[in-house]
Design a protein around this ligand. Sequence first.
Ligand SMILES: NC(=O)c1ccc[n+]([C@@H]2O[C@H](COP(=O)([O-])OP(=O)(O)OC[C@H]3O[C@@H](n4cnc5c(N)ncnc54)[C@H](O)[C@@H]3O)[C@@H](O)[C@H]2O)c1
Length: 359
Amino acid sequence: MTDIFNNFYKGKKVLVTGHTGFKGSWLCIWLHELGAEVVGIGLAPYSERDNFVLSGIGKKMKADIRADIRDGEKMKAIFAQYQPEIVFHLAAQPLVRLSYECPVETYETNVMGTIHVMEAIRATDSVRVGVMITTDKCYDNKEQLRGYKEDDPFGGYDPYSSSKGACEVAIQSWRRSFFNPDDYGKKHHVSLASVRAGNVIGGGDWAKDRIIPDCIRALEAGKPIDIRSPKAVRPWEHVLEPLSGYMLLAQKMWEQPTGYCEGWNFGPEPDAVSTVWEVATKLVQSFGHGELKDVSDPNALHEANLLMLDINKAKSRLGWKPRLNAMQTIDLVADWYKKYRTEDVYQLCVNQIQQFLCP
Ligand SMILES: NC(=O)c1ccc[n+]([C@@H]2O[C@H](COP(=O)([O-])OP(=O)(O)OC[C@H]3O[C@@H](n4cnc5c(N)ncnc54)[C@H](O)[C@@H]3O)[C@@H](O)[C@H]2O)c1
């Protein structure tokens, strides 16, 4: 496979939390292909059709561990056993609507879980780089027309968004208090950053109340696709876009530990920012069949209508930029769902990574 990281990950000990989930499974496949020794911490996958299960990545990794990030001592014990050098923290309760049903669990997992991972990093001498995954929803959303910049205030209306805003505050505090760049090489040797992606889409996601899984479930059942928030505008991007940003950032942090330990946005180009209805329409086009139904409810739970990220910082300082345009993104997503029943899913993912790198 093309290696845009110039052999950097070969032989590196990388720990990924949330490896059984949608983004985590793709990250582990990519890292494994680049020759990293990957250890994963997560809960059991949600279904037999998850990318993690179908790809069989768990069996190829150095260790595939079921553990709860709410258990701080357990996190320290796992870190002590495997001595990771680079940590990508993705484990979370990531759904807005579920966070209204389970606000306490959402905060326990997202905020205290993140703190436990940072404490495990602090307790483990081998760790050099920590990339903490939050979300575009961590910003105080004023439904403004310009994209959010990295130094905009954190906030969040619903429990999920605000829990991620709270994670950002905690990450900033841990960086100032324990991983301060001014003390690097004297009191510690950890570079800690946080990363915010947009609405990530890709093969193998079956989460409830996310537009692509909702579309696929309806298409497979031969039913019309119910669209709850047709006019909501989101920064859609293929899962491999932010993952390429996280991996590039970790490499830069390793090479220059005090130069990049801060917050970073990895969203799409402004022209890929579109409505839920437009994305579903493109998916139907790419599939070749299907019909959309507007089921918007004026009394629905609050969800943001307008959300965009400013990605100029990642472009200018990391040399990162999105690789796919809107239609290439949807075609790649549709391709996975067209093939997952009949093809070797691990190889399908590897082929998609290669296609992403050389579209
Ligand atoms: N998918 C998106 O559109 C999107 C956008 C921006 C940010 N994010 C963030 O990216 C990360 C990954 O999201 P995803 O879409 O892959 O979610 P996902 O639900 O598919 O995966 C979540 C992972 O976290 C693990 N997890 C959940 N609770 C845990 C706990 N208590 N202990 C240990 N592991 C636990 C799950 O087992 C799973 O492996 C999350 O932090 C999410 O907030 C996602």
